[in-house]
Unconditional design. Structure first.
Length: 122
């Protein structure tokens, strides 16, 4: 999880750790893919370093706490427009692309039964 300077971050980088304000409030959640707008906003808030996933790596999972932090951050951002149908739809899209739901491993179906005409599989 490299620590890089904000000015060296790319709009395609993914955060490896939450970015917090000085009071400990969440600015951007771990797992978020950076955009030019997010980078500009972080610069305005005085953030100068970020932990990013090694370039080329992909975050495959988020913890329950990370998913909840993302949900809370999105709710906070959209709190002023609860009755606007367009904004409600946009909020749902933001949640869908920001939250990586845990995957449930499905059991692997058994293979075909062995051919009774062969011994030892060969």
């Amino acid at each position: 999880m490299p620590l890089i300077r904000l000015k060296d971050a790319h709009a395609t980088d993914v955060l490896a750790a939450d970015v917090l304000d000085p009071a400990g409030g969440l600015l951007v959640a771990k797992g978020t893919q950076l955009t030019a707008h997010v980078l500009q906003q972080l610069a305005k808030r005085g953030v100068d370093r970020l932990h990013v996933v090694s370039r080329g790596d992909v975050i495959a999972e988020q913890t329950d706490e990370q998913r909840e932090a993302i949900r809370q951050a999105v709710e906070q951002r959209f709190r002023w427009v609860p009755s606007d149908p367009f904004m409600r739809a946009l909020k749902e899209i933001v949640l869908r692309v920001s939250i990586i739901e845990p995957t449930v491993d499905e059991p692997t179906p058994p293979g075909p039964p062995p051919d009774p005409g062969t011994r030892g599989g060969a």
